[in-house]
Design a protein around this ligand. Structure first.
Ligand code: SF4
Length: 295
């Protein structure tokens, strides 16, 4: 796979040779995977639902480039050194998930390995024969997203913040909104239409997630308004209420709590008042550590 001499894959622009020095993400110069499983609790158009529940073939990469202080997956995205995978080994893992019934291959926190995954998908995508889902935090570079055009089928960004101060405080990322917004627009250009198969599974398209944070409804409303103005009210949105104070969040009193049901309802009402019809909402009781896999 391609070797990165001066890594500038994401907006952190570390410029390090990952063979000898690690950047902000701590990812080495090869693919590291922490965990994989057939996941039944992604959105219905990703995992399926009811009799059509096939599951999503999730592959969790180690060393996410964002270090969110409330990350529910922090054990595998930030702390854990996963296992090294060659391209051939990753291909075999994809085939195992496919044989297990997965509807797609869901690359979770893939950003630090974008260049490697581009080479991997160029070689193996056709042989995998399932839709490829890019499940990222959107803190990426537009040229990277462009370079994955035709290799990724379904874009699944988590559009986290409108206010850059929140991004800096909770995820240590500068200019988050500017990057995320332009990347999501590029994702839409790469997959201009949402296409679903007979099982209701998205096989091409864009599904924008937004994790609602406690006390940050104003920020959430700005994100939703931006989506309406820039992507349109037909955009498929997943409004997530599953936040609970994980990882370091307990040290930040303002987010050391779950979101209130009234806060969530205000956002649901706004989407309804603005004629959004392709929206996934969660049961507020999903904000529970019990729903996070024990990695
Ligand atoms: S991928 Fe990692 S090393 Fe490369 S620029 Fe981003 S944070 Fe830095």
């Amino acid at each position: 796979m391609k070797f990165i001499k001066k890594c500038r894959v994401c907006p952190f622009n570390c410029g390090v040779d990952r063979k000898t020095k690690l950047g902000v993400c701590q990812a080495p110069d090869y693919i590291e995977i922490s965990h994989s499983q057939i996941h039944f609790w992604e959105e219905p158009c990703i995992s399926g639902v009811g009799e059509k529940l096939g599951g999503s073939g999730t592959i969790f990469f180690s060393h996410c480039n964002l270090k969110c202080i409330f990350c529910q997956n922090y054990k595998i995205s930030q702390l854990n050194h996963g296992q090294k995978y060659s391209g051939e080994e990753l291909f075999k893992l994809c085939l195992r998930l496919k044989v297990g019934g997965s509807y797609n291959i869901n690359l979770v926190s893939p950003t630090s390995y974008s260049l490697y995954l581009k080479s991997f998908l160029e070689k193996y995508k056709n042989r995998i024969g399932l839709p490829i889902v890019w499940n990222s935090n959107a803190y990426e570079k537009e040229e990277t997203i462009k370079s994955l055009n035709g290799l990724v089928d379904v874009w699944l960004p988590d559009f986290k913040y409108y206010n850059d101060n929140l991004a800096l405080k909770y995820s240590k990322a500068k200019n988050y909104f500017q990057y995320a917004a332009s990347n999501i627009l590029q994702m839409r250009r790469c997959s201009p239409k949402d296409i679903f198969n007979k099982n209701g599974i998205m096989v091409k398209g864009l599904l924008v997630r937004h994790l609602v944070l406690p006390g940050q409804n104003e920020d959430s409303l700005k994100i939703l308004k931006w989506i309406k103005d820039n992507l349109g009210k037909n955009t498929t949105i997943s409004l997530m209420s599953q936040y609970y104070p994980a990882h370091h969040a307990r040290k930040y009193s303002e987010i050391n709590k779950k979101i209130a049901s009234q806060e969530y309802q205000i956002l649901i009402n706004w989407l309804s008042d603005n004629d959004f019809s392709n929206v996934f909402i969660q049961d507020i009781s999903s904000a529970n550590e019990a729903f996070t896999p024990n990695f």
